[in-house]
Design a protein around this ligand. Sequence first.
Ligand code: CA
Length: 183
Amino acid sequence: MHRILIAEDEPRIAAFVEEGLRACGFTTTIATDAEEALLLIRQSEFDLLILDLGLPGKDGLEVLEELRGQGESLPVIILTARDDITDKVTGFELGADDYVTKPFRFEELLARIRARLRNAASSVYVREEMVLKAGNVVLDLRTRKVRVGDRSLELPAREFTLAETFFRHPGQVLSRQQLLDHV
Ligand code: CA
């Protein structure tokens, strides 16, 4: 189930978005100001942030800048009454993934959320495919290098492929034939 953080200080809009998302099976949390949003993101895992620009305290754009500055890659959809082109450009430059201008239809927001979550899921898949982990051992499939704790070592090609096969089948017993098929 996807967890969505709604950073919005207008109770009516926050409730409207929350109700709609819950009806669609999402788990939601509301933050009513910038500091609360930043704190919640540090404390727990979310799959997406809906970010109002006009928040009390810090501006939504500052929240975005701070998150991206910390290397936080959470997908962010900006939701705002401002339709100023400068804000949009700044938002995208600061790392927003999408933009919805108020007033908006819930269906539009929902479609954009689903699109972002699909993209995020496929990029996680790509990242996972590049690096395989087991305990403190990491196989980097791009460089074909192995890291054990903080030591880096190189394996002969066949041993690397053998290791990769084991890493892709954690906890499974592989027969000689299965190994020969892979390596
Ligand atoms: Ca607001």
